[in-house]
Design a protein around this ligand. Structure first.
Ligand code: OMP
Length: 213
């Protein structure tokens, strides 16, 4: 595993962002682990999180015009990624996010920040079954923009609606690549070499058998 992936998993564990136990997911699946990106919530941690994404975005060489962070968890992520791209890589990109509630006064509309135009780089926390990402695609399509790529922190590598992974379905349906800082296999590789977390290995493997791809 690349050192930055190992560091990122340790970072997530140290902030309780990554936890082991029993969790009911949005999709109804019962998972032996959960990734709660909302617990990256101090200035320093958010700055560090943005740098992990920015580094991965730069390494991917994906071309895009605007960063889009879907409400709610994508909002601070897109913001800190835009700041990290500017500060660390001298790349100054516009950033946009949506509100979930329609607004009919003031500036109106459901988008805040830059217009959602051109090639969009969507940044979010996690993809499990792919529901959240499809909702974001409706917003991108409604604005006649194109999806350039998707960046998430954790790819859970789970089945989507059929036998393909949720991410393979997104890549097939929207013709874009999905990148992540770490994925389920990285978590397994990390646990295998960690005395503290090795007791969770069997439940993780069981879960992969049931929902993994
Ligand atoms: P899907 O919409 O099924 O792809 O699930 C993605 C969403 O589920 C994320 O945007 C989160 O709101 C939530 N989630 C997590 O935050 N972390 C996890 O480890 C798992 C989920 C989840 O419920 O699947």
């Amino acid at each position: 595993m690349k050192p930055y992936k190992h560091d990122f998993i340790e970072f997530a564990l140290s902030r309780n962002v990554l936890k082991f136990g029993e969790f009911t997911l949005k999709s109804g699946r019962i998972s032996p682990y959960f990734f709660n990106a909302g617990l990256f919530n101090t200035g320093r941690d958010l700055a560090k999180l943005g740098e992990y994404y920015a580094q991965a975005i730069q390494a991917s060489k994906v071309e895009y015009d605007v960063l889009f962070g879907p409400a709610y968890k994508g909002i601070p992520i897109a913001t800190t990624v835009a700041v990290a791209l500017a500060n660390k890589f001298d790349v100054d990109k516009p950033c946009c996010f949506n509100r979930k509630e329609a607004k009919d006064h003031g500036e109106g509309g459901n988008l805040i920040g830059s217009p959602l135009k051109g090639n969009i780089l969507l940044v979010d926390d996690v993809i499990t079954a792919g529901t959240a990402i499809r909702e974001s695609m409706e917003i991108i399509n409604a604005n006649h923009a194109e999806l350039a790529g998707v960046f998430i922190a954790l790819n859970r590598k789970e089945k989507g609606k059929g036998e393909l992974s949720a991410i393979q379905e997104v890549e097939r349906d929207y013709g874009c690549q999905v990148f992540s800082i770490v994925d389920f296999d990285d978590l397994i590789a990390f646990i295998e070499t960690s005395e503290q977390y090795v007791p969770y290995l069997s439940k993780m493997r069981e879960y992969r058998k049931k929902y993994g791809v």
